[in-house]
Design a binder for this molecule. Structure first.
Ligand SMILES: [Zn+2]
Length: 424
């Protein structure tokens, strides 16, 4: 039975504060859109008309409400799993099988994951086939959706299975130092994933090929040479088979690093606009943003692993959640359940770091191309094509946004470009 004590009390307060904060931020954001979402911001006049703006506001409201419902459902489900006594019951049955520690641990971790996976399916279907379709984004067929689901399932079973097995082995065999080796294992796994993702995993879902448009390709190669990068790794991806959303991103590590442009982006933007987006991506590349972000995350995770080590033998933690004995794999689950809601409150730190990097990449694009006009035009078109929210609530944007809000970003670019006073 779950014990109603201080440990549970603190957990529930943090968990509920997270629910309240998430819900309040979303409501503030929706209210902001409803209040201002009918006035086209000055920098978007001439690009976005009243009708499109109406679509943008409706899309923001619909998708925010849907995300809110999904998140609250997930939270309630998690509390039920954690507090109903089902996990101690499940653990006793696993113990009865008398398997080794590693397969027992895998079976334990698989239980909640399978429930989550199955219950997530209806939400994913609604999001993809109702909301995304309503706004003309979704192009995915039912067949492709099912294939994606199965591929994702197999991949997560294989990768998570391998990673967790290795981690559980460390916990079992390196009683005093597992937290350090475990941290190193997860950090290396992330690095290896970063390295193999573009060449082994992403191609399972999409076709990646060198950019087809010859003029664009030549100009990209020139731009890369100008930036001092070797001219390889510029791909276009057939993202249009799933969605009409447009984007470009930088991925990979070491020899696999590459820039990927969505085919939908290539189809709807001018060459100058694409080059300015590309220059922004080169900015991330040159300024080593991925590695810097990874170092920040790994530093935090180093301390989290140590905290887990200090808590794993702490019997009151187990008793609070209804477990009658100390079982390290249960401990890992409980500690991560406890720390996850806490980490939510640190989100603004990561978001603001990411926004800083985005501004640096925008500045780099300006220094490489000599004008921000094309990047500003590209962002306006991206905003329009993706029905972006032009009026996020400042608090919502501060908390969640990995990029500066679009209106602020475009205004900044246009200011920097103003009347030839470009500061290169
Ligand atoms: Zn960026």
């Amino acid at each position: 039975m779950v014990q109603w004590n201080m440990i549970l009390g603190i957990f529930l307060v943090i968990f509920c504060l997270r629910i309240i904060l998430r819900f309040t931020l979303t409501q503030l954001n929706i209210r902001q859109v409803c209040k201002k979402g009918h006035i086209v911001p000055a920098v978007f006049r001439g690009i976005i008309d009243d009708e499109t703006l109406g679509h943008m506001s409706d899309y923001t409201v619909d998708s925010s409400r849907f995300t809110s419902v999904t998140t609250i459902f997930g939270d309630v489900l998690f509390l039920i799993i954690l507090l109903s006594g089902i996990l101690p019951w499940y653990t006793r049955h696993i113990a009865d099988i008398h398997w080794h520690f590693i397969p027992s641990g895998l079976l334990f971790m698989a239980g909640p994951a399978v429930i989550g996976f199955i219950l997530d399916i209806p939400f994913d279907i609604y999001g993809t086939f109702v909301i995304e379709k309503r706004y003309g984004f979704s192009t995915i067929t039912a067949k492709l959706w099912i294939t994606d689901l199965l591929k994702n399932l197999i991949l997560s079973i294989v990768l998570t299975g391998l990673l967790l097995s290795a981690f559980l082995a460390l916990v079992y065999y390196a009683e005093r130092t597992w937290w350090f080796w475990g941290w190193l294992l997860f950090a290396l796994f992330q690095l290896v994933m970063l390295w193999i993702y573009p060449i082994l995993i992403a191609p399972l879902f999409n076709t990646y090929e060198p950019v087809k448009n010859e003029e664009l390709r030549e100009k990209i190669v020139d731009l890369m040479a100008e930036a001092g990068l070797r001219a390889k790794g510029v791909f276009q991806v057939d993202s249009g088979k799933r969605s009409r959303h447009t984007n470009a991103y930088f991925t990979g590590f070491g020899k696999t690093k590459r820039v990927v442009l969505f085919d939908t982006l290539i189809a709807s933007h001018s060459i100058d606009e694409i080059l300015s987006v590309f220059a922004h991506e080169i900015g991330h590349w040159k300024k080593k943003h991925i590695i810097k972000q990874l170092i920040a995350i790994e530093t935090v995770s180093f301390f989290l692993f140590y905290i887990a080590y200090r808590l794993i033998d702490w019997a009151p933690l187990y008793h609070t959640f209804g477990f009658d004995r100390i079982t390290p794999y249960v401990g890992i689950f409980l500690i991560s359940a406890y720390l996850k809601p806490v980490s939510f409150f640190f989100r603004p730190l990561l978001s603001s770091l990411s926004r800083k990097y985005e501004r640096e990449a925008d500045d780099y694009s300006l220094s490489l191309i000599g004008t921000t006009a094309h990047l500003a035009d590209a962002l306006k078109r991206l905003a329009k094509d993706n029905l972006a929210n032009l009026y996020p609530h400042p608090l919502y944007a501060w908390f969640y946004y990995s990029h500066p809000p679009l209106t602020e970003r475009v205004s900044y670019l246009e200011r920097r470009n103003g009347k030839g006073n470009v500061d290169l």
